[in-house]
Design a protein around this ligand. Structure first.
Ligand SMILES: C[S@@+](CC[C@H](N)C(=O)[O-])C[C@H]1O[C@@H](n2cnc3c(N)ncnc32)[C@H](O)[C@@H]1O
Length: 214
């Protein structure tokens, strides 16, 4: 069991959430993040939140954008436990679900895919397969927007986040994805995608948000 899981068990759900919020604020300003995400998501979008985790950042986004609906998927069994009750009717949580499985499930294709702090948890050797699934979706539904939130390496704050992922979350294989590396990954997708960067990096570096679209 990771240090983070042990602490959550020890503190209990309410206190763990309060401590979790304060701890997360060291690494990212979730209000700022939500504003950047909001700026690149289409009106009325159905958003597929890949690797949604506890769902805490979604609360900020859904407060800003009452027009969005979200399907949140995660290969893990724990998902969406911190999504506020006021948003529950706009979020569908699918535990134990990968992107590939979602796309083959017959569930509706999303208008936008959100990949927030997930790519750096996927082993570099497995990123190609993940990107291939995104490529399949883009081919099937070219209007889909792909929104990536991640962390630019090379600063003290990103190093602290990296250590936190390794030693608190317990993912020893984490490897940060720079914006240059992200562009390289998206170049492997079929057809030429355009991209745009949201203001997050300027406002809350080293966090960044990039959006890719046909
Ligand atoms: C740091 S959490 C981010 C959670 C959430 N997106 C957020 O911004 O708070 C990383 C999440 O990625 C998920 N994950 C790991 N590998 C994945 C993969 N190959 N595909 C989708 N999700 C994955 C993990 O289970 C975990 O919930």
């Amino acid at each position: 069991m990771s240090l983070g899981s042990r602490l959550r068990t020890l503190l209990g759900p309410r206190l763990a959430r309060r401590v979790g919020r304060a701890y997360r604020a060291i690494f990212v300003d979730l209000e700022c993040q939500a504003r950047s995400l909001s700026s690149v998501l289409p009106t009325g979008a159905h958003v597929l939140d890949v690797g949604g985790g506890d769902g805490e950042p979604l609360n900020y986004l859904l407060d800003l954008r009452t027009d969005l609906r979200v399907s949140s998927i995660d290969p893990s069994d724990a998902i969406g436990q911190w999504i506020e009750v006021r948003h529950a009717d706009r979020v569908t949580c699918l535990a134990g679900m990968t992107l590939e499985a979602y796309l083959g499930s017959g569930c509706p294709d999303p208008d936008a895919v959100l990949i927030a702090d997930v790519l750096h948890h996927i082993l570099p050797a497995q990123r190609e397969q993940f990107m291939a699934s995104l490529g399949k979706l883009i081919e099937r539904r070219p209007a889909t927007r792909i929104v990536v939130k991640d962390v630019e390496p090379g600063t003290l704050r990103s190093l602290l986040g990296y250590w936190s992922d390794r030693y608190v979350t317990g993912d020893r294989q984490v490897s940060l994805v720079s914006r240059a590396e992200l562009l390289r990954l998206f170049e492997s997708l079929p057809g030429k995608l355009s991209h745009q960067e949201a203001p997050l990096y300027a406002e809350d570096s080293p966090n960044y948000v990039m959006v890719f679209y046909r």
